[in-house]
Design a binder for this molecule. Structure first.
Ligand code: DGJ
Length: 705
């Protein structure tokens, strides 16, 4: 017998699905509710009936249903020839509970020939995963427009936060009220995009890092997508997201089905840090989550760009190993005819002109120094100036005979052709079989524009093919780690992260830009999944000059690496870098397993963030002076997330040197080398901070005493 409702509970979160109307509808998604005593909740929440309205108030079904009176953005669009079955009424036929945290619901409209299977899974940390699968049970083709995952928002969620961005400036937050109507973010890049919404968050007015009730959605998909928040005329709020399909992109033959990507939905009464926690805990609970200590990387890109020379790279490797680097990654420029970015993509064989002895001499050298070896690839792309294109000009994604507009001189290899897929899989497989490669930096450097396969829209097919390619390579080479890079941070999503081990958050290594980029990437990803490199003193992307301690303190809160020609660095710089790397190594166990916290610091010119060990026994914080402050001396830093009743010794931490200041004398506790205070006092009263120069950070180490 079908129950009246299903109540999923985990951590601080309840999801209550009402089944009485025959259409599953989420009545509550938010704070944990008691296990019992909810029988009258649907009655208690049933709204009044307005004049000039439906005689019976409709429900907001899991797939928002026009046949039941929903007048907002529809949950399902599609039809058969002549527009038939455009508005199905999907009614519950089966409810399968899988323990206290998961349910699979089946609904059908036999007359419309459609069946829908919806899965809701609530993870331990309260992250809800939701997806639908639609099957055509009819006798002719069903042309799908859109199948969305939606969740209700309470009336008090009146403010929105989402992210936008561009190359070298990813993850710019934008906030605004949720008025009546819809706020819709569409990603039409054929990749997740530099301007990805990442998380679309709604919350109570003024929600902040540590306060406010918040709800968010993220779509685990690396192709086109839509995310939106909507406030309906009746006052009902909705958060939703879906894959954005091209015309005719999904045509279901009888018996065929379409599955949405997973929607990841988080809610918290603790502000944005609560959302971060839910995502981080989910990712860290995956069996494939990187468990080993994240090795310090040196990436050659900003050190040598395309100028590959064995002796120079060997020298770079020597110095890298000397400062404590553990993984050496050879970036773009090693393959056939790749002397600049106009040629070579598609030919994944070592260039004999530049590497007459192959990569072996470099790899052997790197490994003899005790480092692992990584290699850059961009498997989804092709240059017109390549052996591959000359042999197979037909293997380019295109809508018609004409080629799509070039982007960085390149086109997209159409992986929908079996031959193209086999070519790139074969070359990558051979590379990994022939060389001891531990790591691939998997790049993707253009938007998909005018992307068709045999003239039909193909972003979905291409995205799935990329996933298949990654899955196949990982199955063949399970020990190889893969980084998801896309002109910096244009492919950061849970879909790609199912098959990669970290993301490259941005092409800017400017530490000031990185403070923001990493903070907002961190809403979704824990630090161990976010590549963060110490760049050269003068940033290649902004021209800013920054001191080493600030560059190190910034990279410390990610998966730390170096992207700098350290063979040309001064002895003092190398010494400072070695100290910074040693500090990172000492702390990475904590940084990559602890709870990430952000204070709501009153001074917009400064930021305070940190990581608190999961058992509360230790922590690392960074007090960051971004620009100059209005105040003569900084406001006290109130350290969040500590155990209130334990006492901690707080000490300054040197990493690459000490930050520079603008003060006659620093706070006495700092001059004394430390202070011991209870967690509650550190959180409420806080600690005096030094007056740092702009673009400086003070690192703090805390130990329970
Ligand atoms: C774009 C990446 O984001 C960079 O880090 C670098 O790998 C270049 N591509 C190489 O072409």
């Amino acid at each position: 017998m079908t129950p009246d409702s299903v109540h999923l509970r985990s951590g601080e979160v309840s999801v209550l699905v009402d089944l009485r109307s025959g259409q599953p509808a989420v009545l509550h998604w938010g704070a944990l509710l008691p296990e019992t005593g909810l029988a009258d909740l649907p009655l208690g929440l049933e709204p009044a009936v307005a004049h000039s309205a439906l005689d019976e108030p409709g429900v907001l079904a899991l797939v928002a249903d026009r046949a039941a009176g929903h007048r907002g953005r529809p949950g399902l669009t599609g039809s058969r020839a002549g527009g038939q079955d455009f508005s199905p009424r999907l009614v519950l036929t089966d409810c399968r509970l899988e323990g206290p945290t998961a349910v699979v619901l089946t609904c059908a409209d036999p007359a419309a020939g459609l069946e829908l299977r919806s899965e809701l899974r609530l993870a331990e940390g309260g992250l809800l995963r939701l997806r639908h699968e639609l099957r055509n049970t009819g006798e002719d083709v069903y042309r799908l427009g859109e199948l969305t995952c939606t969740l209700p928002l309470p009336a008090r969620a009146t403010e929105l936060l989402d992210l936008t961005g561009r190359h070298c400036r990813e993850r710019i937050p934008q906030r605004h009220p949720l008025a009546r109507g819809a706020w819709v973010r569409e990603a039409r890049h054929g990749r997740t995009g530099h301007d990805a919404t990442l998380l679309l968050t709604a919350g109570t007015p003024g929600f902040a890092n540590r306060s406010g009730d918040v709800w968010s959605v993220h779509l685990g998909w690396s192709g086109d997508s839509t995310s939106w928040a909507e406030r309906l005329p009746g006052g009902q709020g909705v958060l939703g997201a879906s894959e954005l399909l091209g015309p005719g992109e999904v045509e279901l033959a009888p018996g065929q089905s379409y599955a949405t990507p997973w929607l990841y939905a988080a809610t918290s009464q603790r502000g944005l840090d609560g959302l971060g926690d839910a995502h981080h805990r989910w990712l860290r609970s995956r069996p494939g989550h990187p468990s080993a200590l994240r090795p310090v990387v040196l990436n050659t890109w900003e050190a040598v760009y395309f100028d590959h020379d064995l002796d120079r790279l060997r020298e770079l490797a020597d110095v890298a190993a000397g400062v404590g680097v553990e993984r050496f990654v050879l970036d773009d420029g090693w393959f056939l005819h790749r002397r600049d970015d106009t040629a070579g993509l598609g030919d994944w064989v070592v260039d004999p002109d530049v590497w007459p002895l192959g990569l072996a001499p470099l790899i052997d050298h790197v490994r003899a120094l005790g480092m692992s070896f990584g290699l850059w690839v961009e498997p989804e792309m092709v240059n017109l100036d390549s052996e591959l294109y000359r042999a197979h000009p037909e293997w380019v994604l295109r809508a018609a005979e004409r080629l799509p507009p070039p982007w960085r001189h390149q086109q997209v290899l159409d992986l929908g052709h079996d031959g193209a897929f086999a070519h790139v899989l074969g070359q990558l497989d051979a590379l990994l079989c022939d060389h001891p490669i531990d790591y691939l930096k998997w790049d993707q450097n253009r938007d998909l524009i005018d992307a068709g396969h045999h003239g039909a829209p193909a972003v979905r097919q291409q995205t799935l093919a990329v996933y298949r390619l990654l899955d196949e390579l990982r199955a063949r080479h399970p020990g190889v780690e893969i980084e998801s890079c896309s002109s910096g941070g244009a492919r950061v999503d849970f879909g790609i992260l199912e098959r990669t081990d970290r993301v490259w958050a941005s092409d800017t290594n400017d530490a000031l830009e990185r403070q923001g980029i990493q903070r907002w990437t961190g809403l979704l990803l824990p630090p161990e999944l976010v590549g963060a490199h110490v760049g050269p003193p003068r940033s290649h992307t902004t021209g800013r000059t920054q001191a080493l301690p600030f560059r190190v303190a910034t990279a410390m809160f990610g998966h730390l690496g170096v992207e700098w020609d350290v063979s040309r660095a001064s002895a003092a710089e190398r010494e400072g870098l070695a100290e910074g790397i040693a500090t990172y190594k000492a702390l990475r166990g904590l940084l990559h397993t602890g709870d990430v916290v952000h204070a709501d610091h009153p001074d917009p010119a400064a930021a305070l963030h940190g990581v608190v060990a999961a058992d509360g026994s230790a922590a690392v914080f960074a007090f960051v002076q971004l620009t100059t402050s209005v105040g003569e001396v900084p406001d006290p830093a109130r350290l969040p997330g500590l155990s209130p009743d334990r006492s901690y010794r707080v000490e300054p931490l040197a990493a690459g040197g000490s930050p520079s200041t603008s003060q006659r004398s620093g706070p006495p506790w700092l001059r004394a080398g430390g202070v011991v205070l209870p967690g509650r006092v550190l959180a409420e009263a806080g600690l005096a901070m030094p007056a740092l120069h702009p673009e400086q950070a003070l690192l703090l180490r805390l130990h329970q005493v």
